[in-house]
Write a protein that binds this ligand. Structure first.
Ligand code: CMC
Length: 492
């Protein structure tokens, strides 16, 4: 915990043998340190009846109530529906800022001056080219490769391009003390990620890859991305400013969301000091999962399945009887309207003004209206989340469903890098102030519920004591391999 947290309050824990332990409650938040908990020791029995003394551990699968770092990046009040980056409300940032400015704010902690912003933008935009070996690598994927898989693999492959920036190959503390090296990776990753994403998209739709725009044209971050996605043979192609702005707002609202699964994965990976390309690829892998970055796609599929406004009641009955789930509703943290959903609902209309109204939005708006008046959803505090409207915007803009997680991952890279940057600073101050745990590699504990000790069996014993049947090894075989392995029988 930070040194400013004065140790003033205690939680008294009494063990079954009436021993009392005083656990410090740190001010500001009501957290106790796990290392204090470890001082409490309890007696227990092993399976074979031996008495053992063990330190107490908190057991928290899914990290429902465990903080693993202190952070100044994002503030969320889920009950009130508040999201702020570095203290600035998300609504104000969406209205008055742009993605690159927000990325700077997240990483460096302050809004940039005009000069800092120009330099920041210039540095990132001058790193948008990717090496020809990476383009060749991307071309070697199957024609129908998922863009997210291509992105993850190519981002990881990028680490091979910069051996001098790899702590495994140079020095362990490369990034802790060399802020220029740190910045260089940030510029490269933010600059090249949209290029890799655009190549993955072009690969998927069978069009040649585009190079980034020339910097003198002054395209914004999202304009350059749209240019690489959509330019055909035009030498002066410029995407619609309204669509570029809407994408910029989508990028802003997705940029950070404190320790969600992929950001936690980023902190976990970088705690080993692995290079940031590998870490970003790993975090993107976590985001790729359907329980994290896949919900916007699920919303579109759900709305398509409902099909028309007159089928909404029937669908909601299915949700209430728990045979269906209302995708894009509910959130682990927000027990109120997700502020990002409000912003996107407004931007959906702006996008429709450019590309035409997507009929699914009428179903979405009516579905939301009925759900937020229904006692089932009200009593469970279920409101629309960010994914309720983002998928409709992507669909209206013609993005294929498999691009949705990538459109989420791209802006979230800013948040991942901000957490990496912050953890490196923790590292530096931890060296001075000996903050418990901050410098450590992240490694959770487990509760071992298996056999503690066994003797390796003899051959006869291993066969007779076998509790796992051959069914455990069953798998699927494609028709192709069935054909290949078809038995040689005599033809009658
Ligand atoms: N539709 C219907 N019922 C729901 C829903 C939903 N979307 N979400 C929660 N519930 C019900 C749930 O059945 C439970 O009811 P009961 O008390 O009768 O058992 C109650 O509400 C509490 O739900 P929970 O599962 O304990 O809530 P959770 O915090 O574990 O789950 C969630 C959060 C996001 C996984 C869940 O709300 C959900 O599955 N939503 C749909 C998927 C979705 O939209 N995901 C995107 C989340 S936002 C992405 C981001 O921020 O990065």
């Amino acid at each position: 915990m930070s040194q400013s947290n004065k140790e003033s309050r205690y939680l008294i824990v009494q063990t079954p043998s009436k021993e009392e332990h005083k656990l410090t409650v740190h001010d500001g938040d009501v957290a106790i340190l796990a290392k204090d908990l470890a001082q409490v020791r309890l007696k227990g029995l092993t399976k074979d009846g031996k008495e053992v003394e063990k330190q107490v551990t908190s057991f928290d699968p899914g990290f429902m109530n465990t903080a693993c770092c202190e952070s100044t990046i994002t503030y969320i009040d889920g009950d009130k529906g508040i999201l702020r980056y570095r203290g600035y409300p998300i609504e104000q940032l969406a209205e008055r800022s742009n993605f690159l400015e927000v990325a700077y704010l997240l990483i460096y902690g302050e809004l940039p001056t005009a000069t800092q912003l120009n330099t920041w933008k210039e540095r990132i935009m001058s790193h948008t080219y990717i090496h020809v070996t990476l383009m060749d690598y991307m071309k070697s994927f199957r024609y129908d490769a998922h863009p997210m898989s291509m992105f993850i693999a190519t981002m990881a492959a990028m680490s091979t391009e910069y051996p001098e920036s790899n702590p495994t190959l140079t020095r362990r503390d490369l990034f802790e003390f060399d802020y220029r090296a740190r910045n260089q990776q940030i510029f490269r990753i933010l600059g090249k990620a949209p290029t890799i994403a655009a190549c993955a998209y072009r690969h998927r739709i069978g069009r040649p890859y585009n190079y980034p725009t020339e910097s003198f044209r002054g395209y914004s971050y999202t304009e350059n991305f749209l240019y690489m996605l959509d330019r055909l043979s035009e030498s002066e192609y410029r995407p619609s400013p309204a669509i570029a702005k809407a994408l910029d707002v989508l990028f802003i609202v997705h940029a950070d969301h404190e320790l969600n699964c992929s950001t936690a994965a980023m902190r976990h990976l970088t705690s080993t000091r692995v290079d940031p390309y590998t870490a970003v690829a790993g975090a993107a892998g976590a985001l790729y999962g359907p329980l994290h970055g896949g919900a916007s796609e699920a919303v579109v599929r759900m709305l398509e399945e409902i099909g028309s406004v007159d089928k909404i009641d029937e669908f909601l009955e299915g949700v209430k009887s728990k045979t269906r789930r209302l995708m894009g509703f509910g959130h682990r943290i927000y027990k109120n309207y997700d502020p990002r959903a409000k912003i996107l609902k407004e931007y959906a209309e702006k996008v429709f003004a450019e590309v035409g109204r997507d009929p699914l939005v009428d179903i979405a708006v009516e579905l939301e209206r009925r759900a937020i008046q229904d006692d089932y959803f009200v009593s469970r505090k279920l409101y629309p989340n960010v994914d309720f409207y983002s998928g409709i915007i992507y669909r209206a803009c013609g993005f294929p469903l498999d691009m949705y997680p990538l459109l989420f991952a791209l802006p979230r890279i800013a948040g991942w890098l901000a957490h990496w940057y912050e953890s490196l600073r923790e590292e530096k101050s931890a060296a001075k102030a000996s903050i418990p745990g901050a410098t450590h590699v992240m490694r959770a504990r487990q509760i071992c519920i298996g056999d503690i000790e066994k003797v390796f069996p003899t051959e006869e014993e291993s066969i007779s004591k076998q509790s796992i049947t051959m069914d455990a090894l069953k798998t699927y075989h494609s028709n192709l391999s069935k054909r290949r392995r078809a038995p040689h029988k005599d033809i009658a």
